[in-house]
Design a protein around this ligand. Structure first.
Ligand code: PGA
Length: 252
């Protein structure tokens, strides 16, 4: 009943030309993937070109961040959510751990960005996840609960229908060390319980929760078998069209 989502986060990789050619390579490879939603997230400068070339396909385009401010204004370097929508995107990744770590994004900022994204008509992919130190100290559940509640504060039930949560343990991102399906399942089930307690069982049941952190063609199927894992946010392995297509087509 929850349609899986496989999203590729290209981070700060690829020129406009490379982004378009990877997107065009990917298009025929995932054209029959009706079992899931397919999303790619190129850099800002490539969004419009990629979205134009993918029009009419089953691949959606996402940005990797947006401004907290909803309207245009004197904010050098920022890009508003409505501008991302205007460039042809349907989604935006918010609160990725690299932004939380390197650009000091707090839950409060993530919450504002999420509200701006939803108001612009985008679907927000909101990222949470603990560091290795926090996991080793036994704090993983508390940290993620705080991130989920802080990042999604002030949202109504209809807002929550346009949210996707991505659980990405920081220790698994780009390290080659994937969380085991059991570790991921435990956290996903926990996030769903947090939603059920704070909102309603219906909201929790409908919420899609993606796993992210060293997802590869050879570990996706094991992750997708778990009840509460509804897809993946893929970094490194999404940069190559063939490898990303194998992840998308995990079911066959
Ligand atoms: P990775 O990145 O797949 O390269 O670990 C995932 C992410 O940061 O979204």
């Amino acid at each position: 009943m929850r349609k899986p989502v496989i999203a590729g986060n290209w981070k700060m990789y690829k020129s406009v030309g490379d982004s378009v050619s990877t997107a065009l390579d990917l298009k025929p490879l995932v054209a029959n993937a009706n079992h899931c939603e397919v999303i790619i997230a190129p850099v800002f400068t490539a969004l419009k070109s990629v979205a134009d070339r993918l029009e009419g396909s089953n691949i959606r385009v996402s940005a990797q961040d947006c401004a907290t401010q909803k309207t245009e204004g004197a904010l050098t370097g920022e890009v508003a959510a409505f501008m991302i929508k205007d460039a042809g995107c349907s989604h935006v990744i918010i609160g990725h751990s690299e932004r939380r770590q390197h650009y000091s994004e707090t839950d409060q900022i993530v919450s504002k960005k999420t509200q701006a994204a939803l108001e612009a008509g985008l679907i927000a992919i909101v990222c949470v996840g603990e560091t290795l130190e926090q996991r080793d100290q036994g704090k993983a559940l508390d940290v993620v609960k705080e991130q989920v509640t802080g990042s999604l504060s002030g949202l109504t039930a209809s807002d929550l229908a346009r949210i996707i949560v991505a659980y990405e343990p920081v220790w698994a991102i780009g390290t080659g060390r994937t969380a085991t399906p059991e570790q991921a399942q435990e956290m996903h089930a926990f996030i769903r319980r947090v939603f059920a307690e704070r909102h309603s069982q219906g909201t929790a049941d409908a919420l899609r929760i993606l796993y992210g952190g060293s997802v590869k063609p050879d570990n996706i199927a094991g992750l997708m078998k778990r009840t509460d894992i509804d897809g993946a946010l893929v970094g490194g392995a999404s940069l190559n069209a063939e490898s990303f297509a194998k992840i998308v087509n995990y079911n066959g």
